[in-house]
Design a protein around this ligand. Structure first.
Ligand SMILES: *[C@@H]1O[C@H](CO)[C@@H](O)[C@H](O)[C@H]1NC(C)=O
Ligand SMILES: *[C@@H]1O[C@H](CO)[C@@H](O)[C@H](O)[C@H]1NC(C)=O
Length: 407
């Protein structure tokens, strides 16, 4: 399995797949091990509590007015204490240059969504890498076979960005009626409930002067930060700093980000129109029954489809029939094809087959398939001719969405 993905990655995009250690799938979650785990390339230790932290900056405003921005990805110890600045030799001063070569699409996303409040993004990124990423054990250079200097930098920023993309705080708050306003105030309980509804666990909610300013989403990880599975957990350590009532969520001054460049398809289960800027997402939910999965790219609606292995195919022919089965959690469903169950594997690829033992939970936003709250899927390239494209949930060169067409 791992070999297959390495072969695909190499054939398509050269450096797209990091040659980090392949981790067994039966390792314990970080911070939840009951015996010692010696291999810290596949087990985050001591920093096993990973925090994806986000900012809402209004004075001055940073980033799009309808999105939170990235602060970082921090490895806290399991008790809320943390290490910092763990390797001075990797306190790089050329993050932008490294990413321009190794992860250009990640860099371009960061230039919009990972903003320094005083306008110096490069030094903010250097600070986040040097202070926090050097303490993530699985990113240690020793964990790579044939380590190339700075190789872990692209892995860190790409993973942080993909995690951030799976945590759309603005949309989650807005769906609960919590929207930026100069006059409205909100309670801590309402903000917590709106976020917990999606994350499944409490989120640390911080204020500056009674104004909502920062969110900390916390995870334990099975496997490495670069390719493992992040499992939401309750916070350890610092509590929320916001007051219980009277919280302000001030508007930003910037312009809003394009909500989506993807066209919608008229063949979906729902006739709901695509959401415009600021509107709440269309009703979605749990699919059931048989259907085919078509691929929408930014340029084309119905740009090929998924074949039974879960791969993307654009050269015509007959799409595979998928079966959607509601899960007992009431909010997600499983997918299977004639090949077997479908799952997002530890390298973030979508795969359906007999080797998949546990199906992943998917949802539907009324237009597209979502995984962990995001309708964004990726491929290293748009497959041409008879080629098949592996679909990923982590950022790659080509962005796509997947629509359900009931049969
Ligand atoms: C978890 O693993 C770490 C690293 O090997 C070890 O120090 C710690 O004692 C382990 N925890 C338990 C409860 O065994
Ligand atoms: C960035 O700096 C490191 C040394 O800290 C160097 O090894 C690497 O080649 C540089 N990368 C780029 C793309 O300039």
């Amino acid at each position: 399995m791992a070999l297959r993905h390495l072969v695909f990655g190499a054939a398509w995009a050269g450096s797209a797949v990091a040659a980090s250690v392949t981790c067994a799938s039966n390792l314990p979650l970080s911070c939840q091990n009951t015996t010692a785990v010696s291999n810290t390339c596949c087990f985050n230790y001591p920093g096993g509590q990973l925090l994806q932290t986000q900012f809402w900056d209004t004075n001055p405003s940073t980033g799009p007015s309808n999105s939170w921005t990235v602060h970082g990805l921090w490895p806290d110890n399991c008790d809320g204490t943390f290490q910092q600045n763990c390797d001075a030799s990797r306190a790089y001063t050329n993050i932008s240059a490294i990413l321009a070569k190794s992860a250009p699409s990640t860099l371009s996303f960061m230039q919009t969504y990972w903003k320094d409040i005083s306008g110096n993004d490069e030094s903010f990124w250097e600070h986040e890498f040097g202070k926090h990423a050097t303490c993530i054990s699985t990113l240690d250079p020793d964990c790579y076979t044939n380590y190339q200097p700075t190789q872990e930098v692209g892995d860190f920023f790409t993973r942080t960005v993909s995690l951030f993309q799976s945590l759309p705080s603005y949309d989650w708050l807005s769906a609960a009626g919590i929207v930026p306003s100069k006059t409205a105030t909100y309670t801590l309980a309402a903000i917590q409930a709106a976020l917990t509804a999606h994350h499944g666990h409490n989120v640390v909610i911080n204020c500056d002067n009674g104004e909502l300013n920062e969110l900390w989403y916390q995870f334990n990880v099975r496997g490495s930060v670069q390719s493992g599975t992040f499992t939401p957990v309750d916070p350890v350590g610092s509590a929320s700093t916001c007051p219980k009532t009277g919280i302000k969520y001030l508007p930003k001054s910037g312009s809003s980000a394009p909500t989506t460049t993807l066209k919608t398809t008229s063949k979906t289960a729902s006739s709901t129109k695509s959401s415009g800027a600021g509107s709440t997402p269309p009703p979605g939910g749990v699919l059931s029954g048989k259907g085919v999965l078509s691929v929408d790219t930014s340029s084309t609606t119905g740009d090929g489809f998924l074949i039974s292995s879960g791969a993307w195919y654009r050269a015509g022919g007959t799409p595979a029939t998928y079966t959607a089965t509601p899960n007992s959690d009431g909010s997600t469903f499983s997918l299977s094809s004639s090949k077997g169950k479908c799952a997002i594997l530890s390298d973030s690829s979508l795969s359906c087959g007999s080797s998949v033992s546990t199906a992943s939970g998917f949802a539907y936003d009324g237009t597209h398939l979502t995984y962990q709250g995001s309708a964004k899927f990726y491929a290293a390239a748009s497959p041409s001719g008879q080629a098949q494209g592996t679909v990923f949930t982590s950022t790659k060169a080509v962005s796509l969405a997947i629509a359900w067409n009931p049969q």
